[in-house]
Design a protein around this ligand. Structure first.
Ligand SMILES: [Zn+2]
Length: 183
């Protein structure tokens, strides 16, 4: 069984501060995420992006353009020796009532199955309540970052709140210590 770290894209990995004027794309939050992603990788986590991209249904981005954005992000991260296993996105609108749009968790469950993820050892990192709810529904640990919209969702009851993705080490270290103390 594997440890998987699910990553939200907009506001967690990339800048969304210009929204709604500019739809978040591939502008990596370099100073907030690189160390954290490298740390997770070193700890043995597979990194998988799970993202809501309703821009597709809103006609703002085509599926092709959306895929290009993810590919660009993956290429940028490769320069820091960070490997993204796969990315999943939901192209639908909330009104379409699909099962893949967070807070629904179809994509997370699919990835857990495909990559033999152990829910007990897996987590999701995101900046919105929908990330946290999707994580809880999947039985994985939930971590809210305060980048993106994170500061608006401090009361959504995540397992942990951290400044940005780079601070994920605090959470993992704490968990490792707890595990260790059990024995
Ligand atoms: Zn969907």
């Amino acid at each position: 069984m594997n440890k998987i770290c699910f990553l939200d894209k907009d506001g967690t990995l990339v800048d969304n501060s210009q929204y709604p004027e500019i739809i978040p794309s591939d502008k990596l939050l370099k100073n907030d995420v690189i160390e954290g992603l490298q740390y997770l990788q070193k700890q043995g986590y597979k990194l998988i992006i799970v993202s809501n991209q309703s821009w597709v249904s809103k006609g703002k981005h085509t599926i092709e353009r959306t895929k290009q954005i993810f590919e660009s992000l993956i290429t940028q991260l490769k320069e820091y020796n960070i490997h993204i296993e796969e990315y999943y996105f939901c192209p639908h609108l909330r009104s379409m009532h699909c099962e893949c749009k967070k807070p629904n968790n179809k994509l997370i469950l699919e990835a857990l199955k495909k990559y033999k993820g152990d829910p007990k050892k897996s987590l999701i990192i995101g900046d919105m309540d929908r990330d946290i709810i999707a994580g809880k529904r999947s039985g994985i640990k939930t971590v809210l970052v305060q980048t993106g919209c994170g500061k608006k969702f401090l009361d959504c009851d995540p397992d942990h709140i951290i400044t940005n993705l780079n601070a994920i080490g605090e959470v993992i270290d704490e968990q490792n210590t707890k595990e260790h103390n059990k024995f």
